[in-house]
Design a binder for this molecule. Structure first.
Ligand code: PLP
Length: 276
């Protein structure tokens, strides 16, 4: 075991998300990212998926009561410095997470919300009738929200495919921040047809400024769990006390390097290499 100076007393970070039995996304990606970022990972499991690199075969949501009990257990005891949410399955799960989170509001923990909706392989990971609950009960609790293009369109009730430029990403980031009171919005541009570059847009309400972060597009199928990994890295960097904009930039760089370093796993869309 290699113990670096940072690892002698790592900050605690919590993920509230679904399990990916294939190990590439969800809770598993989050915990690997937390460890690679030099933080101590905690996990509240919201759903269990039967999944490999090719498909999400089925899932079962954990009961709302059990989710709240997991959250109370860790938040009453451990000094959690930042948290993230991932797959939340349905409206009753979102409500349970919001209820439990509100009981611990006095701790003022930054919450990163990855509004997971549909897996790359096509499976719906959040019931479509849960969108209003996500908008009204979860987004107002967020310090940061990290939608991809389709999730951005769904949150803003726009037609699928209508965000087709960096300028429209910028407009949408400002709108999500304003409508739902989210201090920092990160719109992930991986699905934008933007040639050899990928552009992510970070809008910070406190300074009313948007920053475009450009990365080199990596030509690979090993992108399973990239969204989970980004939101986990942001939570870990915030837990370490890094400010929002540098924490997010560093996390985007981590995901890009993790995609470049991917190795073959399974026969479908393999995971990124989280490192250690
Ligand atoms: N499974 C779980 C539990 C997830 O949380 C997610 C994404 O957040 C996925 C699967 C989908 O990952 P991808 O779309 O990268 O394949």
């Amino acid at each position: 075991v290699k113990i670096t100076d940072n690892a002698k007393h790592p900050a605690a970070v919590l993920t509230i998300a679904g399990s990916d039995s294939g190990g590439g996304a969800g809770i598993q990606a989050d915990l690997k990212t937390f460890m690679a970022s030099g933080t101590y990972g905690l996990s509240v499991i919201t759903a269990v998926t039967a999944q490999n690199t090719k498909e999400v075969r089925s899932f079962m949501a954990v009961s709302p009561e059990m989710i709240e009990q997991q959250m109370d257990a860790v938040l009453e005891d451990i000094d959690v410095r930042a948290a993230k949410t991932g797959m939340l399955a349905d409206s009753s799960v979102i409500k349970a997470v919001a209820r439990a989170w509100n009981r611990h509001a006095a701790k003022d923990i930054p919450l990163v919300i990855d509004p997971v909706m549909i897996a790359t392989s096509g499976k719906e990971l959040l019931k479509s009738d849960a969108l209003d609950t996500l908008r009204n009960e979860l987004l107002p609790l967020a310090a940061v929200v990290t939608p991809n293009l389709r999730e951005t369109e769904a949150i803003l009730d726009m037609a699928a495919g209508s965000i087709d430029s960096v300028q429209k990403m910028d407009d949408a980031a400002r709108l999500i921040s304003k409508k739902f009171g989210v201090p920092v919005v990160v719109i992930k541009g991986g699905h934008l047809d933007s040639g050899s570059k990928v552009v992510d847009v970070i809008f910070v309400a406190a300074t009313n400024s948007a920053t475009n972060v450009e990365s080199c597009r990596v030509n690979t199928d090993s992108t399973h769990g990239t969204g989970c990994t980004l939101s986990a890295a942001i939570a870990a960097n915030l837990a370490k006390g890094i400010d929002y904009l540098p924490a997010i930039k560093r996390s985007i760089r981590y995901v890009n390097e993790a995609i470049q370093a991917a190795y073959p796993v399974g026969r479908g869309n393999g995971p990124v290499n989280h490192g250690y």
